[in-house]
Ligand binder design. Structure first.
Ligand code: SF4
Length: 397
């Protein structure tokens, strides 16, 4: 039962607070925090702020006061994920239609669910690592070289919405040049406990900004935190990659909202793609059953395992005591609304317009899907078989 509710076994996940304090107190370590897009609209709730309050600047200040040497936005590498995933979509649409549908891969709980229950569809999963793994890989390679820092000394701590990210960070595939991409994952609630334990009054903190070079991002990277956000962000960039045409930013209403399974269509020039968005593994299973039977096929699907996507992740603040379940739809909605409002007011709303992307590709990766990109930003999956799930493991290249 647990593997269906949370395929990464988050109910028994370990805590990393003590280990993170140790590295923060070690002067030989260069300790980096990276924060997932959803954390900026949830952590305030742990400090009695209204649901969905945007506290990006206070979050960064709190991490500096805890002793982190650098604070990076995972939103930046969410943009990078889109650069790579939109390129994969383009490649499959224009050269390899037999490889459709493309399935998103940024939710590790969904990935593991697919490894267990849809092992014959793993070639449909995007090979992109999730954004925090891309950030980890770049800090130990490009960033270390650029700023002349010994990668041995770098410790990457990811502040994430769920414990599934702890499982993902520990996967053997998640290394670069022999270094683990992400060393520790703290959930939002774990970080709140660290902040409270040293007496920081979160609500009174001044705002501050993220550190270079992971400090500029498009709001396409930010809406990753809500169900439908990854697909909406990918479509904005895929349109440009496939047609070469600049368009405005359509409010893609079909992708938004808390309905468990959404369908729609997107058109890129002469090409129309059928899309699906599922949150909750039950809805993913429903969509795949319909797809495989031919009842409702699609070409591109986003799946997030948690209800509402990462804003409803298992490591986020828990509100409402015994009424938690009753009010959860409202608070997921409020958190997602804040992310979409950030997007509406943003000057950069497409990942390929983020100037940091140009810098990373010019200085290190070359271009999306280059050999260097594939080496550091892409991954492989494992056919695990059904429960008992460790009986068969076959690596899928
Ligand atoms: Fe983690 Fe849930 Fe987001 Fe998946 S949807 S990455 S399990 S918080």
């Amino acid at each position: 039962q647990c593997i269906i509710a949370c395929p990464t076994g988050s109910l028994t996940a370990r805590e990393d607070i003590d280990d993170v304090w140790k590295v923060l107190n070690d002067p030989t370590k260069h300790v980096i925090a990276q924060t997932a897009p959803s954390i900026q609209v949830t952590i305030g709730e742990d400090f009695n702020m209204p649901v969905g309050t945007m506290v990006r600047g206070k979050l960064v200040t709190a991490l500096r006061r805890l002793g982190f040497d650098k604070v990076f936005a995972t939103d930046v590498t969410a943009d990078l994920t889109i650069m790579e995933e939109a390129s994969e979509l383009k490649e499959r649409v224009t050269e390899h239609p037999e490889k459709l549908p493309l399935l998103s891969s940024c939710c590790p709980a969904w990935v593991k669910f697919a490894e267990h229950f849809y092992p014959d569809m793993l070639h449909n999963l995007s090979t992109c690592k999730s954004p925090h793994e891309m950030c980890g890989a770049l800090t130990k390679t490009w960033y270390a070289k650029k700023y002349n820092i010994d990668p041995d000394s770098i410790v990457n701590v990811a502040i994430m919405p769920c414990t599934a990210k702890k499982f993902e960070a520990a996967r053997p595939e998640m290394t670069s040049d022999g270094y683990r991409n992400v060393d520790y994952v703290l959930t939002t609630r774990e970080l709140s406990r660290m902040i409270r334990s040293v007496g920081i009054h979160f609500g009174s903190l001044p705002d501050s900004g993220y550190d270079e070079p992971f400090n500029q991002f498009s709001s396409a990277g930010t809406i990753f935190g809500a169900t439908g956000g990854v697909l909406e962000a990918a479509v904005r960039t895929a349109h440009y990659f496939i047609t070469g045409e600049e368009i405005g930013v359509p409010e893609y209403e079909e992708a938004r909202g808390q309905k468990g399974l959404k369908y729609g269509k997107v058109t890129f020039g002469d090409t129309t793609l059928r899309i699906a968005i599922a949150h909750g593994t039950g809805n993913a299973k429903k969509a795949l059953t319909r797809h495989l039977s031919g009842e409702k096929p699609f070409d591109y699907m986003e799946v997030m395992a948690c209800p509402g996507g990462c804003v409803g992740g298992g490591g986020q603040p828990i509100l409402g005591g015994k009424d938690h379940k009753k009010i959860s739809l409202d608070y997921r909605h409020n958190r997602a609304d804040t992310l979409y409002n950030i997007d509406k007011d943003s000057k950069i709303r497409k990942s390929y317009e983020n100037p940091v992307m140009k810098q990373i590709y010019d200085e290190f990766l070359g271009e999306p899907l280059s050999n260097t990109s594939k080496k550091y930003l892409h991954t492989t999956y494992i056919k695990r078989g059904k429960y008992p799930y460790l009986d068969k493991e076959v690596k899928v290249e």
